[in-house]
Design a protein around this ligand. Structure first.
Ligand code: HEM
Ligand code: HEM
Length: 172
């Protein structure tokens, strides 16, 4: 086996796109001063986040079921680092979503949504869980940056075409 299975590769890129969308809407929510616009964006942000959690869990299940390609590096320490980064990426994704859910549940934003009343939108600066949501987002971004740099190192320096392993297109 030289590549991740087609379905786990599809889920990898779907999660990637959804994380960009969740990040975009989260950022807009934080910046926007327009209450009505915010009320229309919250459900989208929550839905995309929930979908990410579902896909991460399904992908972990199918990765176990379908198996993984053999380790990519000659150096066993680098293989351990790659496996640890992949594990941490999944944990960080789950932590971002769960802290987002806790932010929604404890802030009172659900009441604002139910009443469709922008004046009920809470001040998130006082919501403890929001601090964790931001912290985990920061950790996720650092891990993704490292993950992308490692991929580029493989592509451009080692030249082993590591990207193929996670491509949806089949090469065998
Ligand atoms: C991987 C999934 C997610 C990502 C990448 C993400 C990203 C973000 C970002 C970038 C912000 C702005 C943070 C800031 O103030 O700097 C934010 C805010 C927020 N997120 Fe998420 N989020 C995700 C999932 C969720 C989920 C599942 C929920 C709830 C069900 C949620 C609830 C919230 C809430 C309530 C805010 C505060 C919005 C505001 O300030 O008006 N997030 N998120
Ligand atoms: C939100 C962003 C991303 C997350 C959370 C993420 C997460 C992961 C995870 C958990 C794996 C292990 C395979 C699996 O569990 O199915 C993986 C593999 C991989 N990802 Fe990503 N990824 C992201 C973005 C990217 C990007 C932008 C690239 C390309 C520049 C990329 C390239 C790869 C490659 C090449 C592999 C295979 C690595 C190997 O076989 O050792 N990923 N990714």
């Amino acid at each position: 086996m030289k590549q991740y299975s087609k379905r786990t590769a599809i889920m990898h890129w779907l999660i990637f796109l959804l994380v960009i969308a969740a990040f975009y809407f989260g950022h807009q929510l934080d910046e926007s001063k327009d209450g009505a616009q915010k009320l229309s964006m919250y459900p989208l942000h929550f839905l995309i986040g929930d979908l990410i959690l579902l896909l991460v869990l399904v992908r972990i299940y199918f990765r176990k079921k379908d198996g993984e390609p053999a380790p990519a590096n000659a150096n066993p320490l680098l293989n351990k680092l790659a496996a640890a980064t992949h594990g941490l990426l999944n944990i960080a994704l789950i932590a971002v979503v769960v802290s987002g859910m806790a932010t929604a549940a404890t802030s009172g934003v659900i009441d604002a949504l139910k009443a469709n009343d922008p004046s009920l939108i809470p001040d998130f600066a006082t919501v403890g869980a929001k601090g964790y949501h931001e912290l985990f987002i920061g950790i996720l971004l650092l891990l993704v940056a490292f993950h992308v740099v490692a991929t580029l190192y493989h592509q451009l320096v080692v030249k082993d075409n590591l990207l193929r392993r996670i491509m949806i297109k089949r090469f065998d």
